[in-house]
Design a protein around this ligand. Structure first.
Ligand SMILES: Cc1c2[nH]c(c1CCC(=O)O)Cc1[nH]c(c(CCC(=O)O)c1C)Cc1[nH]c(c(CCC(=O)O)c1C)Cc1[nH]c(c(C)c1CCC(=O)O)C2
Length: 362
């Protein structure tokens, strides 16, 4: 396997220091989905290339990953590789379309359908294009900011694979959990194994921080999260860290964004094995810090819709968020509480970055 070394030296390590729990001089800032449709330069690339074509073509993935770094040069402190969480179901043998949301023409209906998935997933073969995109992007970034790699969490991917796309109730995926708990746990573990190989490969290719997106964690009761999602999240952090050490790869900080699972914050901080917990906007920063103690860094958590409220609203929200996170101990990475949406004016996002730079100073 290709091992990427000798990248340009990193000039801005705020993100990595905050992820390790340091109270940095100001908060590093980036936003989830920062490479996306709110940017005209992204829409331009998408005019002539399908979504998954961009993911699979390292030169295009590099270009769109770097777009927000170029536009907001000096204001944004991290890049995240352009890809999607659904590349894992694809690697496992499922077809996924994006039109405009995700759609699986042949979702898993009953546990018998699991036999249709690839028995063994060779991530180098199936997802090598992500690794090549990471290596190219890391070179193109020229050390300006660190590069984040990511994957979807097993529960969220399981839900997509069974629902066949987005869903309001997750009725089909939950039917599996409650009707076929053992088969569900076995499939969740299979997905987790692919996540581990995929994340380790991303570090080998040049990713400097890893984020796991459990976007649908909040749909589970605390008990069911503990039964079905938590064990796979723990499995991922334990095995990624073990493998990185064994393979003498850099010890890489890991972020867990378990959206809506604020009921589990204390437990996750104590036991899940992640360096950073991502927060949605439904929890107050001071309260979140009180719950997690100084065990982890926190990331988040402005409501993405504040970006539609105009400059004064953005400034007031950033000021309040900064005061909350900076009042407590530990590291803080400023971000939104979920992805930025397509209708945001890029100049309003610039203002958000400027406000973070102003108000997060210690
Ligand atoms: C659930 C989920 C998905 N994908 C992802 C998640 C977890 C985060 C979350 O909860 O939002 C993660 C993701 N998707 C994308 C990234 C790229 C990196 C970045 O954050 O800039 C990342 C980290 C690109 C994308 N992934 C997608 C787009 C838009 C598609 C397009 O370009 O036409 C982008 C930029 C498509 C996508 N992909 C997915 C959905 C539901 C959709 C359609 C809805 C939407 O557009 O927001 C699945």
């Amino acid at each position: 396997m290709a091992s990427a070394t000798n990248f340009p030296p990193l000039k801005n390590d705020l993100l990595l220091r905050a992820a390790r729990g340091e109270r940095t001089e100001r908060a590093p800032v980036w936003v989830m989905r920062q490479a996306g449709r709110y940017l005209p330069e992204f829409r331009k690339v998408r005019e002539s290339h399908e979504f998954f074509e961009v993911c699979r073509t390292p030169a295009l993935a590099t270009e769109v990953t770097v777009q927000p770094i170029r536009r907001y040069s000096g204001l944004v402190d991290a890049s995240i590789i352009f890809s999607d969480i659904l590349v894992i179901p694809q690697a496992m043998g499922m077809e996924v379309l994006m039109n405009p949301g995700p759609q699986f023409p042949d979702p898993l209906v009953t546990p018998a359908d699991v036999s249709k998935l690839n028995k063994v997933v060779d991530v180098e073969k199936e997802l090598g294009y992500v690794f090549r995109a990471i290596t190219q992007t890391r070179t193109a970034l020229n050390g300006e900011v660190p590069l984040i790699g990511f994957c979807g969490a097993p529960w969220t991917l399981f839900a997509y694979m069974i629902e066949g796309g987005g869903s309001k109730t997750l009725q089909k995926a939950k039917t599996w959990l409650f009707k076929y708990p053992e088969e569900s746990k076995a499939l969740l573990l299979r997905i987790a194994e692919v996540c581990v190989d995929f994340l380790v490969g991303q570090v080998r290719a040049g990713a400097q921080l890893l984020q796991v997106f459990d976007s649908w964690a909040g749909e589970l009761s605390p008990y069911d999260f503990d039964q079905f999602s938590y064990p796979t999240l723990k499995y991922i952090s334990t095995n990624v860290k073990r493998r990185l050490a064994e393979e003498k790869l850099p010890d890489t900080p890991m972020t867990l964004f378990a959206k809506g699972a604020n009921y589990a914050l204390g437990h996750l901080a104590q036991n899940a094995g992640y360096d950073v917990l991502g927060l949605d906007w439904v929890i107050d920063p001071v309260e979140a810090r009180r719950i997690v103690g100084d065990k982890v860094a926190l990331q988040g958590n402005m409501d993405p819709n504040v970006l539609y409220g105009g400059r004064d609203a953005i400034e007031a929200a950033v000021k309040r968020m900064s005061e909350g996170f900076r009042a407590g101990k530990g590291g803080w990475i400023a971000n939104l509480g979920h992805g930025i949406t397509p209708g945001v004016d890029p100049e309003d996002l610039r203002w958000f970055f400027e406000c973070v730079q102003k108000y997060s100073v210690l």
